[in-house]
Write a protein that binds this ligand. Structure first.
Ligand SMILES: NC(=O)c1ccc[n+]([C@@H]2O[C@H](COP(=O)([O-])OP(=O)(O)OC[C@H]3O[C@@H](n4cnc5c(N)ncnc54)[C@H](OP(=O)(O)O)[C@@H]3O)[C@@H](O)[C@H]2O)c1
Length: 266
């Protein structure tokens, strides 16, 4: 797949994260072509990653085996109209736009091509993303999409498009939940007299360590929590305070609100 010809429609943050992942994984940069409405942005991508850039949508998709739609949802219809006439018949069209369904993509293209819809998240920017994919297309197309997203993090599939609302509420918006907890912990650390720089380091490294334990030990979150909670100890004092303040209900309601909002926006 290292020479798969990929066209990126939109060269913003998420596109750059995917390009970075691909190039770092050994993908040939000259096989990547980016189109964006902003010339200055294209120059940045060209200089940083050695990709081919163009201001022509048709050039970006000409001969492309995979096309990544990386524009904002409100820019999607215009982008679809611009690429439709130039798409190869067997191209895989991969959309990472939040809330834009397969049906809208198909309508916007006005023709029958293989479509894959993806919900990535911002940790793709550091190669630790979580991307959830949905497609009704054949295995060859699914494999291409998995390759493109897999170079900037982990991938998983859902077999029901509707589940992408829940995915959005968990892994899509999820980094912000952890960032909020980090902000609150840092403020609390400062309140206890720790210097700001040290508070930041303690919280960031604790988050990284806890995340790696969750991802790598095979143990459940509950098990890991119990392991650090000795009866009558410091952790128990903190966790009891969180439970008494209603944290479980707050998190349940927050994730449900995000899923509801995702449905409304779609
Ligand atoms: N960031 C996230 O956390 C995240 C997570 C999951 C999914 N996503 C999805 O990823 C997509 C991209 O997000 P992003 O944060 O990378 O956005 P972004 O930085 O705004 O990137 C989009 C780029 O596409 C350009 N553009 C606009 N219309 C275009 C057109 N018709 N043809 C070509 N290029 C065009 C934009 O130019 P202008 O700036 O001049 O408009 C911008 O440079 C969004 O649909 C978003 O829903 C993002």
């Amino acid at each position: 797949m290292k020479h798969l010809r990929i066209g990126f429609i939109g060269g913003g943050n998420m596109a750059e994260a995917l390009i970075a992942g691909l190039v770092r994984a050994g993908h040939a940069p000259e096989a990547l072509t980016v189109v964006d409405v902003d010339e200055a942005r294209l120059a940045v991508l060209r200089d940083a990653w050695g990709v081919t850039t163009t201001s022509s949508h048709l050039k970006a998709v000409a001969g492309a085996q995979a096309v990544v739609l990386a524009v904002k949802p409100q820019q999607m219809d215009e982008a679809l109209g611009a690429i439709a006439p130039g798409l190869d018949v067997d191209a895989t069209v991969i959309s990472i736009a939040a809330g834009v369904g397969i049906a809208r993509l198909r309508r916007g293209l006005g023709r029958d091509v293989a479509l894959v819809r993806v919900m990535p998240n911002t940790p793709c920017l550091v190669g630790a993303g979580m991307s959830v994919l949905y497609s009704e297309a054949k295995e060859e197309h699914r494999a291409r999409a998995e390759y493109v997203l897999g170079s900037s993090g982990r991938t998983a599939w859902v077999d029901d498009e509707d589940l992408l609302h829940a995915v959005t509420a968990v892994s899509g918006s999820g980094p912000a939940y952890f960032f909020l907890l980090a902000e609150l912990m840092q403020a609390a650390a400062k309140g206890l007299g720790l210097p700001e720089g040290l508070s930041r380091e303690l919280v960031a490294q604790t988050a990284l360590g806890a995340g790696r334990m969750l991802a790598e030990t095979g143990k459940s979150a509950g098990e890991l929590r119990q392991q650090v909670t000795s009866p009558g100890g410091t952790t128990q004092a903190a966790l009891e305070t969180m439970f008494e303040a209603g944290l479980p209900d707050t998190v349940r309601a927050a994730v449900a609100a995000a899923a509801r909002r995702s449905r409304e926006l779609a």
